[in-house]
Design a binder for this molecule. Structure first.
Ligand code: CU
Length: 152
């Protein structure tokens, strides 16, 4: 990279930084942008909030948080859609980017991913209006959530 290219690259990145700083001001202290909504996955094995309404095109960010703000002090969780409980014309979604509920269950169980560790996030943008039910594979008995997407 020659000097001119370097300067141009630097200039671009500082513009990006300014833009991001602006978003941070509008968003929450969690670093979630203003067009994103945060769902925490808590040490009590719950989605918080468990039910959330967003507009189509909005991005939901799930974050695994630990006890006392220490992200190491928690189990990992998954965000896994119930294939039969999402709108018919919506794409399947799951942390680990599995293409079906069965693939997500098998993948997580066999160690092929899908877990969201403490401090980490998974995000998904909901384009198709409707009701989406989802769960956490290791805590399915009590850790479930609902996203309702309203037409924008
Ligand atoms: Cu969980």
């Amino acid at each position: 990279m020659n000097r001119r290219t370097f300067l141009r690259a630097t200039g671009t990145s500082s513009l990006v930084s300014v833009g991001l700083a602006g978003c941070t001001t509008l968003g929450s202290s969690d670093g979630v942008a203003s067009d994103e909504t945060l769902v925490e996955m808590t040490p009590d094995d719950a989605f918080e909030p468990a039910e959330l309404t967003v507009s189509s095109g909005e991005t939901v960010v799930w974050k695994t948080v630990g006890y006392l703000g220490v992200d190491a002090l928690t189990a990992d969780h998954t965000v896994t859609a119930y294939e039969d409980d999402i709108p018919d014309d919506a794409a399947y979604f799951a942390s680990g980017d599995f293409s079906s509920e069965q693939a997500a269950r098998d993948g997580y169980t066999s160690g092929d991913g899908g877990g969201v560790d403490g401090g980490d996030t998974y995000e998904y943008t909901f384009d198709v209006p409707g009701r989406y039910e989802y769960f956490c594979i290791p805590h399915e008995a009590h850790m479930t959530g609902v996203i309702v997407v309203e037409d924008n």
